[in-house]
Design a protein around this ligand. Structure first.
Ligand code: MTE
Length: 329
């Protein structure tokens, strides 16, 4: 059954955020002259209304691994987004459809954490996150991140190439797709009690995409373990695609011959397709993708969207011969 619902990312933040939080934040922002640029541009400083609240107290056992050396191949054409913004303005429907989920996300236990690997592999296995981290080549990469909602950020992820994990678990030659799924814990992730969503959050890549140099598993953010709200303890980063492909809190990886139907594709296939490559010339059915709101150190700036989010040199060849597929939505 096709479920037609408005998603939080399709409505103004003032409507997506509980009114009290929104009004409170507006009041706080009025008094802070230094961030006038952001206010003028219509952006709020996410997290300001929660200034008194704490992140989780638990010490992440991977904290000693970071920071890691930066891979210089991946360069940015813009400054980094302030950490405070990138960690307080999130999409994570497991914790709610508003952007300020970071505090609710602190309820997620991230140890012990295992990743089930199954389907078309030589041997099905369950990986422990800390064993995996010890075996992977960690590096930092500066990546642009483009949400389908037409906002963007530029962030430092730490982690490892997805290909390194694929080489470790040895899929069979018959595997055509890698399917990734998020945890299922409705007792701590209250969004998962909303039965009309097709949990668990699922998305996937072709094997050629998954083994591309750019496909990355992020386990760190801003030189520290990645926070829960950004997908701890591990999330996907495929920066040439819209952000909804970037599965957070990965708990299962399945190698398959069948193309998966992703979470958003199941909800609205005409708007959130399997390929989801960024292209300024292909509009979302309800808004243009020609430009995006980039959140940088000076606040919000509208900038032109780039084909494959500026990563064409790495990935355009993946789609040769696939021109008849809806590659950009
Ligand atoms: N992963 C899960 N499990 N649940 C989600 O709701 N939202 C996606 C993606 N990964 C989402 C998810 C969307 S729409 C975006 S834009 C990015 O996460 C946002 O990542 P960020 O909050 O770290 O910027």
């Amino acid at each position: 059954m096709l479920i037609k619902r408005n998603k939080g990312w399709e409505i103004p933040e003032s409507q997506a955020t509980p009114e009290a939080v929104f009004l409170n934040r507006r009041t706080m922002l009025k008094g802070v002259g230094a961030i006038g640029g952001m206010i003028a541009a219509g952006a709020a400083l996410p997290g300001a209304a929660f200034a008194g609240h704490k992140e989780s107290d638990e010490v992440d056992p991977s904290a000693h691994l970071y920071p890691v050396a930066q891979n210089e191949i991946f360069k940015l054409d813009r400054p980094l987004t302030p950490e405070k913004f990138a960690t307080h303005y999130n999409n994570y429907y497991e914790f709610g459809s508003q952007k300020e989920i970071y505090q609710l996300a602190q309820n997620l236990p991230i140890r012990p954490w295992t990743i089930q690997v199954d389907g078309l592999v030589e041997k099905e296995m369950t990986l422990d996150i800390d064993d995996l981290l010890a075996r992977m080549p960690l590096e930092e990469r500066l990546y642009r991140h483009r949400c389908v909602e037409a906002w963007s950020i530029a962030v430092p992820y730490s982690g490892f190439p997805l290909k390194a994990l694929i080489d470790l678990v040895r899929p069979l030659g018959s595997a055509k797709y890698l399917v990734m799924q998020t945890f299922e814990k409705p007792e701590v992730a209250r969004g998962q009690k909303q039965f009309w969503y097709p949990w668990p959050y699922t998305d996937g890549l072709t094997m050629a995409e998954a083994t591309n140099d750019l496909a990355f598993i992020a386990t760190g953010y801003y030189g520290k373990p990645i926070p829960r709200q950004n997908g701890a303890p591990l999330r996907l980063a495929v920066p040439w695609k819209y952000g909804f492909k970037h599965v957070k809190g990965i708990a299962r990886m399945t190698f398959s011959e069948q193309r998966p139907v992703s979470f958003w594709e199941e909800i609205q296939a005409a708007e959130y397709g399997f390929w989801a490559n960024v292209n300024p010339e292909v509009s979302h059915p309800r808004w243009s993708q020609a430009s995006e709101k980039f959140y940088g150190p000076d606040g919000l700036k509208r900038v032109p969207t780039q084909l494959y989010n500026g990563y064409a040199e790495f990935v355009a060849g993946l789609y040769d011969g696939l021109e008849k597929e809806p590659l950009y939505m």
